[in-house]
Design a protein around this ligand. Structure first.
Ligand code: PLP
Length: 376
């Protein structure tokens, strides 16, 4: 049986809503984007949402709007997708990596304080696989040192920890609607913030630094616009916003399905002593399901599963081990030993609402089959 690594959950209703947007006057950032932003704010409980072309854009523009730039340092984790760090680098600031808690893969708040220097401007925790980093701890560190706190919530629309959800006690949370994320339209992103000034600044920066938005210029009487800042072209569009709006009503239902799949995987993998599953904290958004095997077996098992037609991925090899980061920052593999070990052991398995019971059983059987191939 072939099992895809990921399948989206779009239905006719989403497609119809998109067709409606396609038949409207204005295809880019307009009323449908605004409707999506309002609905997203209701879901997150965070006052302002600004829709953007990607989560990478959201992280960069949030930092830009907060004044982060050349000469500054921003603390983040090596156990993430490269975009967390490259968004920091594109502001001109330097990413400073801090090692993880091995049980969860999350950036370790106890190690952050010793990485803070007079140049540090912000901390960007990543809510890996949907489990939130310890935001209470990060809030108090940020307060103590006068730092901004920006969450990479690309995996974590639905998560909660200590009664806190993304965007609620930070400067902003950044989300992704990329092809494989829990809420998807292929490409897209957003930031959520309770800071009105920050939201307005990002609205300007996403559209060339222009004083009013494109739809304002096309609806109603012509009005001169001004360029008030140096911005980027990171705006979202009504076609893709339409695809997200109808999906939002099903987010909780899909989360419950992934929660059941998570429990099923854990149950079936129980008792295999060379296989472990990262620990959760609080309510995970359940974005990815990962297993850990000894690093000497990982690449063998990845290849074996591929040959058995089971879709797999590695999220992630620690970013400080990748060529460009090594070359640019002089990182050594053992600079962040816990992230290195975590990234060398991890395999992501198929995990999405429409994954069928028999498919999940086939994945588990293939993993066990692969481990049995390995000479003891
Ligand atoms: C997907 C992802 C991003 C980037 O999202 P884009 O919308 O593709 O820019 C950033 N951080 C993490 C942890 C991600 O998984």
């Amino acid at each position: 049986m072939k099992v895809e690594f990921y399948k989206h959950s779009l239905i006719d209703e989403d497609i119809q809503n998109t067709v409606k947007a396609l038949r409207s006057l204005f295809l880019t950032t307009g009323p449908v984007c605004a409707e999506f932003e309002n609905r997203f704010s209701s879901f997150t409980g965070v006052e302002h949402t600004v829709a953007l072309s990607s989560c990478t854009a959201a992280i960069q523009l949030t930092l830009e709007a907060l004044g982060v730039g050349p000469g500054n340092e921003v603390i983040t984790t090596p156990m993430t997708f490269i975009a967390t760090a490259t968004a920091i680098i594109h502001t001109g600031a330097k990413p400073v990596l801090v090692d993880i808690e091995p049980e969860t893969g999350l950036i370790d708040p106890d190690l952050v304080e010793s990485a803070i220097t007079p140049k540090t401007k912000a901390i960007v925790p990543v809510h890996l696989y949907g489990t939130m980093a310890d935001m209470k701890a990060f809030r108090s560190i940020a307060d103590r040192h006068g730092l901004f706190l920006v969450e990479d919530a690309a995996h974590c629309i639905e998560g909660e920890r200590d009664g806190i959800r993304p965007g609620q006690i930070s400067d902003a949370a950044c989300y992704s609607f990329y092809a494989t994320k829990n809420l998807t339209c292929g490409e897209g992103g957003a930031l959520a913030t309770n800071n009105r000034t920050l939201a307005e600044k990002v609205r300007t920066l996403r559209q060339h630094g222009m004083s009013n938005e494109a739809s304002d210029r096309y609806h109603g009487l012509y009005q001169h616009w001004d360029m008030v800042d140096l911005g980027w072209k990171y705006n979202f569009n009504d076609i893709l916003a339409a695809l997200l709006i109808t999906q939002m009503a099903r987010l909780r239902f899909y989360w419950e399905k992934r929660q059941r799949l998570y429990s099923k995987y854990c149950e079936l993998f129980e008792g295999i002593d060379i296989l472990t599953i990262p620990e959760l904290r609080g309510k995970s958004a359940h974005h990815l399901f990962t297993i850990h095997v000894p690093s000497r077996l990982r690449d063998f098992l990845v290849r074996y599963l591929g040959e058995e037609r089971i879709g797999v991925a590695v999220n992630y090899r620690a970013i400080h081990t990748l060529t460009w980061f090594k070359k640019t920052f002089g990182f050594q593999a053992n600079d962040f030993p816990k992230a290195k070990a975590f990234g060398d052991r991890t395999i992501s398995l198929p995990f999405y609402p429409n994954l069928q019971g028999e498919e999940l059983n086939a994945v588990v059987a293939a993993v066990i089959g692969g481990l049995n191939q390995i000479p003891k």
